[in-house]
Design a protein around this ligand. Structure first.
Ligand code: PMP
Length: 389
């Protein structure tokens, strides 16, 4: 097996060499002035990236699942009602977290590949007073993208907080946390933020911080408690480091570099580039006669594609792609796990990577016995990539 592969799973993703070099820096202490400056920049830049000038950033060692726990454990009390807008695997995880916290959880589900109707969400909210609504911006198991702005508006109309799981979205999908009234948005370092796995990011808006202060029960876990982290984040941002739990120093340095790249590109340009990459893939899938899981293009993520295998092709396709030098992922949603594959298109991915990946898809399909006009996918992607925007 060749060692050089292009990592195109839906996270972690290919990293810019400058990000990798930050990981290889000699170890510095967590109170070192250079680390303090980097940590402070990470926090300040997070507000630009989430378009949330009014929110408080928290950056904590852990994965996206930790960010999910932090996001809800600090605002919900046992017995309170939570509505989960459920689009798949990661919404189910949020449900499980809320249940452990003692919340009364109501799921609003949709068929595989779809987003629950706004009317169904509204009915769930109108039924009983609700503390919070959670929604997965992009469900990584299906490639389904939820309409955050509309859902956040509904939640606010019913006096509920809105928590957005942006793990497979922030840094790639359009998100305007403040303007859209999102109270908490969370993500992790390894997806569209372009850093290695290991950091959980939570942006808490004013209403969420207010709910945290008004909580009746103490947060049961010390590590999850915003009260422990708030002075640390405030300290690093004003250049006065404080200790609660040792931060993963080199990951912070790496995230500082990658967030610098995001800010330099600009969020509007970044949203447009991800939409363009996704459009090129969608054009290729269509040209090859393949169907994506999202039932409508308006619900399809810009950060990954989830694509059904055509007749005669099975999950061995993922291994074939690997021998072609491209690492992709198999299915994840329990209802269709063996019937589809996933390709990530986030962060540093460029048009040449896209064409290379579509070419590898064509060769792997051919090797599996699927017949189509060879080159049709590559041509469609190239046409989409070269079209004037
Ligand atoms: N939410 C979503 C939407 C995700 O895609 C993931 C990870 N794939 C998670 C949560 C959990 O993140 P982690 O694996 O970093 O714990």
């Amino acid at each position: 097996m060749p060692e050089r592969t292009l990592l195109m799973i839906p996270g972690p993703i290919e990293l810019e060499p400058e990000v990798l070099r930050a990981l290889a820096r000699p170890q510095l202490g967590h109170m070192d002035p250079e680390v303090t400056r980097a940590f402070g920049r990470v926090l300040t830049r997070a507000r630009e990236i989430f378009l949330a000038p009014g929110a408080q950033p928290f950056v904590v060692a852990g994965s996206g699942t930790l960010a999910m726990e932090i996001a809800v454990a600090n605002v919900v009390d046992p017995g309170e009602r939570a509505v989960v807008v459920n689009t798949g695997y990661f919404s189910d995880r949020m449900r499980a977290i809320l249940e452990r916290l003692g919340a009364r959880v109501e799921d609003v589900r949709a068929p595989l590949g779809a987003v629950p109707d706004l009317a169904a969400i509204e009915r769930a909210l109108a039924a009983e007073p609700t503390k919070l609504v959670t929604v997965t911006h992009v469900d990584t198991s299906t490639g389904v993208r939820a309409p955050i702005e509309a859902i956040a508006r509904l939640a606010r109309e019913h006096g509920a907080l809105v928590v957005v799981d942006g793990v497979c979205a922030v840094g790639g999908e359009e998100l305007r946390q403040d303007a859209w009234g999102v109270d908490v948005c969370l993500t992790a370092s390894q997806k569209a933020l372009g850093a290695p796995p290991g950091l959980a990011l939570v942006m808490a808006g004013p209403r969420a911080l207010q709910a945290w202060r008004a909580k009746k029960h103490k947060v049961a876990s010390l590590y999850l408690d915003l009260g422990e982290w708030l002075p640390i984040m405030e300290g690093y941002e004003r250049g006065a480091p404080q200790y609660f739990a040792t931060p993963p120093v080199n990951l912070i340095l790496a995230l500082d570099v990658s967030l610098g790249h995001l800010v330099a590109e600009g969020m509007e340009a970044r949203f447009a580039r991800h939409a363009r990459m996704a459009g090129a893939f969608r054009a290729a899938w269509r040209a090859l006669g393949l169907t994506i899981l999202p039932v409508d293009d308006s619900m399809a993520a810009h950060t990954l594609s989830a694509v059904y295998y055509p007749p005669g092709i099975d999950a061995s396709f993922v291994g074939r792609m690997r021998t072609e030098g491209i690492a992709i992922a198999g299915g994840l949603h329990p209802d269709a796990k063996a019937r589809y594959f996933r390709v990530g298109h986030m962060g540093a991915m460029n048009p040449s990577d896209i064409l290379g990946a579509v070419g590898a898809v064509e060769r792997s399909l051919l090797a599996g016995g699927y017949r189509f006009a060879v080159g049709a996918g590559v041509a469609a992607a190239q046409t989409a990539l070269t079209k004037a925007s």
